[in-house]
Design a binder for this molecule. Structure first.
Ligand code: NAD
Ligand code: SER
Length: 319
């Protein structure tokens, strides 16, 4: 990877905090400028406050730090977005436009994360193909489909080198999720490891595609590192890791923590989840840039329980 200065927008979030640390460890702390609308709890390198709706401030930071690449992670996710659709649209769309416009002007390379939320109830629900019906039913999904198309437009019309993957629900021990429909799959581990019963906000049989954080970071860096002429998709690549229901995840956790108690009280997020696929066909990413996830349900569950067990000083889970 070339040591170009990178700016991360939304660096304090579930993915941003892990991506920032990974990039800092590989490129050097000063090469990675973290930005967010709120201050981080701990600064591990350069940090600047930035509201993505403030294009002038973004431009100032790009010039100040001689930025060459932007990882644009700031967004309002699916569940939060349904509670304030106008704000979600503004942050997700105006924010992306500010990034794309400045990338065009300053000739920057960009990463834009899309989501399984681009799919809807008309989409084939199993092994959802790369090219398929995109009629999402949430404002978040609408903003991600529109975002993908604008990324492709800026690439075709202006040569902006913007790359994207459609993340499934991301699971990691390092950080907490920020208002999505897949958040249960992280929360459940924190409860299980502390010995607290968990009430899931989705029904027991709601299958969704998920990806472990290590794999998500790997995919992000691989797609950004890939030779441009190998990338056949300039909207966003399908990406898969594993698929499971809350009941299957509960069973996987009970193999390590047999006394774990799981119950269900579905809320408004159930309807969002029902519009999303159960599994994803990611063969185009595999063919174009060699994508291959390392974690399945069993491996992810073991790693989450081990890492969180240490965090909550419950190493005896494995005794
Ligand atoms: P998150 O909600 O945890 O983090 C988003 C960050 O953006 C937060 O730190 C927040 O403070 C910041 N932010 C919000 N509004 C902002 C603004 N106006 N200006 C600047 N910063 C602002 O989200 P995440 O889970 O880390 O997701 C990162 C990206 O990946 C998002 O684009 C999301 O749509 C996408 N994605 C995430 C998942 C997932 O499961 N986490 C799945 C699919 C796609
Ligand atoms: N994990 C995200 C959400 O639930 C998917 O983009 O909103």
């Amino acid at each position: 990877m070339k040591k170009e200065t990178i700016l991360i927008i939304g660096a304090n979030g579930q993915i941003g905090s892990v991506l920032t640390e990974t990039l800092r460890e590989s490129l050097g702390r000063d090469k990675v400028i973290a930005t967010d609308i709120k201050k981080p709890t701990e600064e591990t390198g350069p940090f600047e406050l930035l509201d993505i709706l403030d294009k002038a401030q973004l431009h100032k930071l790009i010039r100040k730090y001689k930025v060459r690449q932007i990882y644009h992670l700031a967004a309002i996710l699916s569940a939060k977005g349904e509670q304030n659709p106008k704000m979600a649209w503004d942050v997700n769309m105006v924010g992306l436009f500010n990034v794309l416009e400045l990338a065009k002007e300053e000739k920057l390379k960009v990463f834009f994360p899309s989501s399984i939320a681009v799919f809807g109830s008309h989409t084939p629900q199993q092994n959802t193909p790369q090219e398929t019906i995109l009629q999402p039913e949430t404002v978040y999904g609408i903003s991600k489909v529109s975002g993908e198309l604008w990324c492709q437009y800026y690439f075709n019309k202006y040569g902006v080198d913007v790359r994207s993957v459609r993340y499934p629900g991301i699971i990691g021990y390092q950080s907490m999720p920020g208002g999505g429909t897949t958040d249960y799959a992280v929360e459940i581990f924190h409860y299980a490891v502390q010995g607290i019963p968990y009430t899931c906000f989705l029904k027991s049989d709601t299958e969704l595609p998920m990806l472990y954080m290590e794999d998500a970071i790997k995919a992000t860096l691989e797609v950004m590192d890939c030779a441009s002429d190998k990338l056949s998709v300039r909207t966003s690549y399908n990406l898969a890791g594993m698929s499971f229901t809350p009941a299957q995840l509960g069973d996987a956790i009970k193999k390590w923590i047999p006394q774990f108690e799981l119950s269900y009280e579905p809320d408004f997020r159930q309807e969002i989840a029902e519009g999303w696929p159960g599994s994803i066909d990611d063969q185009v990413a595999r063919k174009d840039w060699g994508w291959q996830p390392a974690f399945d349900l069993e491996k992810m569950t073991k790693d989450m329980i081990q890492k969180l067990g240490k965090k909550y000083r419950k190493e005896n889970v494995f005794a």
